[in-house]
Design a protein around this ligand. Structure first.
Ligand code: COA
Length: 152
């Protein structure tokens, strides 16, 4: 397996698969109907071209030969003068889960963070997403905030 930072021309080739991966993330993590997931993710994919061009998004793909297995979408952000690398999306194709690809993509995110001299990797995850929580806990992430809601 190898990891590669994706360019705009890669989006031309893998755009459809990336769209499916993003839809999968939305279906898993948001309570949206499928049509809403699809339209939101189509918009995100269109914006992704601009973000890659202007350097505000870094997309790393995990590949086996030319086959895309998963992606991590990262962006830099500054919080009180400290640089963070935010993990915006992480997703592995369902048939390739449980093989260490998610872990490998988080390692790649860490490498990128070090290249940018970012002090932290950060992300949001919902309590119900046990596989993602397992992965992040396993890789040394700590919970720093809680988002709370009250159903009315
Ligand atoms: C979360 C996700 C990226 C994990 O990818 P993966 O390639 O299956 O994960 P890995 O095989 O690298 O697993 C690494 C570690 O994660 C944990 N993990 C993975 N799947 C798990 C599961 N189903 N239950 C509990 N822990 C799990 C384990 O700690 C595992 O380490 P181990 O194999 O040494 O025990 C994948 O499940 C996914 O794409 N989910 C849908 C999209 C999503 O919800 N993304 C996260 C948004 S916050």
């Amino acid at each position: 397996m190898k990891n590669k930072v994706l360019k705009c021309e890669d989006l031309e080739v893998y755009g459809h698969e990336i769209l499916e991966l993003l839809i999968d993330v939305y279906k898993t993590n948001f309570d949206f109907p499928r049509e809403q997931c699809v339209s939101t993710c189509k918009e995100k994919l269109e914006k992704l071209y601009e973000y890659i061009k202007d350097g505000s998004a870094i997309i790393i793909g995990a590949f086996l030969d030319e086959q895309l297995l998963g992606i991590v979408w990262l962006y830099k952000k500054e919080v009180y003068n400290e640089l963070y690398l935010h993990v915006n999306q992480l997703v592995v194709k369902s048939e390739h889960r449980g093989k260490g690809i998610g872990k490998e993509l988080i390692f790649e995110a860490e490498k990128q963070a070090k290249l940018f001299n970012a002090k932290y990797l950060e992300l949001y995850v919902i309590e119900e997403n046990k596989s993602a929580l397992g992965l992040y806990n396993n890789m040394g992430f700590e919970t720093k905030k809680r988002y709370m809601i009250k159903k009315l």
